[in-house]
Ligand binder design. Structure first.
Ligand code: SF4
Length: 429
C-alpha cells in the first residue's frame, strides 16, 4: 500500500471527502468510503463491505449524498485488513489520487430506464477512466464533482455537480448537453456528440485547474471574467443553451418502478442514509436470490435493484420493508434529510434523527414537502434548500422556511416543544 494510501485526515480539514485509501479521522474512529464504479456495486461487493463493517467498524453502513457507501468506527490498526478485504472485492482504486478525483454520479436507472434518451454508462466509464489516468486532473478540488444523466425518469438536475452531462434529443439526434453549476444555477454550454463529451469535459476541467483562484474554489465561485476564460477552453461561441431543470419528487424515487421489458427497478431507501450491515447483507442476499447481480446507487440514499418480474419485485420490497427500509412512496421519511447529529458528531447540538422521526410522524405539515434536520449550520445532510429546516443550536432548534441549514432562523423551538411545530407553521413562522 502506498504512503498516500496510509494517510488519514482529521475531519476538521475542510474541502475534501474521505475515501478508502484516504480515510477521515472522526471522534469514533476512521470513516472509510468506497466509490462504486459507474453508479453500481455488485451484490458480492455489498456483502464484502458488510463483512468489513461488522468485523472492523461500528456495524453500520451509510449511503452518502455522492452515491458512495461508507463505514465508520474503523481503528487505524485495522486498516491493512480493511484494505485487503476491499481490494479483494474490487472496491479499491490504484491510488488515492484516482479515488479522490473519481467523483461521478450517474443516473441510477441507466440502461434499464424506458424513458431515458440514451444509456450514459459508457460515458460515465470513459469519464472515470480519464479522471483516474490524467495527473493534470488530480489537483481538482476534493469535492469537485460530475453528473452523468441519461435524461430519463430519475434525473440528476437537482443534485450538485461542477460539470454536468445530460442526454438530450433534438431533430431526431441524440446529443450530450454539457453544463456547469454557477452561483445562479446550471449554465448549459453546448450540445455535443456522445463520443466528444468526455474530451470536452476534460478540457473544461483542465482549464479550471490552471485558472488563478482561491484554494478549494469550485466553478460556482468563479467571477464572470474567470468563467469566460474557462469556457473558452471549449472553443465554442459562448452562447448558452436553454434547458429547463426537471425536479423529481422524493416519493417517486422509492418503490416499484417500471423498467425496460418485464423488468422492475425496486427503489429501497435507507432512512436518513443509514443501515446496519446486518440488514444490508440480508437485503443483498435476498436480492441475489431474485437474480439481482448489482445495486445501482443514487445521491438520494436509495439503492435500486433491477429484478426480472413483478413477483420478485414485490417479494424483495416486502423483505426490505420488514427490515425498516423505505419502500413505499408515501413514507414521509423519504422526504426528510437528517445528519447523524448528537452524539455521533461532535459538532452537533441535538439529536437530529430522533427529531426527524418525530417530524415524519407529524407529516403532512403545512407547506412542507421536503424537510432537513441538521445538527449544526454546516448542513452536511443536504446542501439544497428544503421547505422546512430545523437547525440544532444551544437554545433548541432554529426553524428555517425554504432555506438551508446556513439560513438565519426565523423562529426557535425547544426539543421538548417539537409537538408545537404544526401550530407554529400554521401561524406562518
Ligand atoms: S451538519 Fe450534522 S454531521 Fe455535519 S458537522 Fe453539523 S452536526 Fe455534524
Amino acid at each position: 500500500m502506498s504512503a498516500i494510501g496510509a494517510m488519514a485526515e482529521p475531519a476538521s480539514v475542510k474541502g475534501w471527502c474521505p475515501g478508502a485509501l484516504r480515510p477521515m479521522q472522526t471522534g469514533d474512529g476512521l470513516i472509510v468510503r468506497v466509490r462504486p464504479r459507474c453508479g453500481a456495486i455488485s451484490v458480492a461487493q455489498v456483502l464484502a463491505l458488510c463483512e468489513v463493517a461488522t468485523r472492523h467498524g461500528n456495524g453500520h453502513i451509510d449511503l452518502t449524498r455522492r452515491a458512495n457507501l461508507q463505514i465508520r468506527g474503523i481503528d487505524a490498526c485495522a486498516l491493512p485488513e480493511v484494505w485487503a478485504a476491499l481490494s479483494g472485492a474490487g472496491l479499491m482504486d490504484a491510488h488515492a489520487h484516482a479515488e479522490a478525483v473519481r467523483n461521478v454520479i450517474v443516473s441510477p436507472l441507466a440502461g434499464i430506464d424506458p424513458t431515458e434518451i440514451c444509456d450514459v454508462r459508457p460515458i460515465a466509464a470513459a469519464l472515470e477512466q480519464a479522471l483516474a489516468d490524467m495527473p493534470a486532473l488530480w489537483s481538482l478540488p476534493g469535492k469537485f464533482g460530475f453528473s452523468v444523466d441519461g435524461g430519463g425518469l430519475l434525473g440528476l438536475d437537482g443534485e450538485r455537480a461542477d460539470i454536468r452531462f445530460k442526454a438530450v434529443a433534438a431533430e431526431g439526434r441524440v446529443g450530450i448537453a454539457l453544463g456547469v453549476d454557477t452561483v445562479e444555477g446550471t449554465r448549459w454550454l453546448c450540445v455535443l456528440d456522445r463520443d466528444e463529451a468526455v474530451t470536452a469535459a476534460v478540457r473544461l476541467a483542465r482549464a479550471f485547474v490552471v485558472l488563478p483562484k482561491l484554494p478549494r474554489a469550485r466553478i460556482r465561485d468563479l467571477d464572470e471574467s474567470a468563467f469566460v476564460s474557462l469556457r473558452s477552453a471549449l472553443g465554442d461561441d459562448g452562447s448558452a443553451i436553454d434547458h429547463a431543470s426537471v425536479d423529481v419528487s422524493a416519493s417517486d424515487r422509492v418503490g416499484l418502478i417500471e423498467a425496460r421489458g418485464e423488468m422492475i427497478a425496486v427503489g429501497l431507501g435507507a432512512p436518513f442514509g443509514r443501515l446496519t450491515a446486518e440488514t444490508l447483507a440480508l437485503i443483498a442476499s435476498t436480492a441475489g436470490d431474485h437474480a439481482v447481480t448489482a445495486f445501482r446507487v443514487s445521491p438520494w440514499r436509495v439503492l435500486y435493484a433491477a429484478v426480472p418480474d413483478r413477483d420478485a419485485a414485490v417479494a424483495l420490497s416486502s423483505t426490505a420493508r420488514d427490515y425498516g427500509l423505505v419502500t413505499v412512496p408515501a413514507d414521509p421519511i423519504i422526504a426528510i434529510d437528517a445528519c447523524p447529529g448528537a452524539p455521533a458528531c461532535r459538532s452537533a447540538c441535538g439529536d437530529t434523527r430522533a427529531a426527524a422521526r418525530r417530524i415524519a410522524a407529524m407529516m403532512p405539515l403545512p407547506g412542507v414537502s421536503s424537510a432537513h434536520v441538521s445538527g449544526c449550520a454546516k448542513g452536511c445532510a443536504r446542501s439544497r434548500s428544503a421547505d422546512l429546516v430545523l437547525v440544532a443550536g444551544s437554545g433548541g432548534f432554529g426553524i428555517v422556511r425554504h432555506g438551508t441549514a446556513a439560513t438565519a432562523p426565523n423562529a426557535y423551538l425547544a426539543p421538548a416543544d417539537l409537538n408545537d411545530l404544526p401550530a407554529i407553521l400554521r401561524s406562518g413562522a
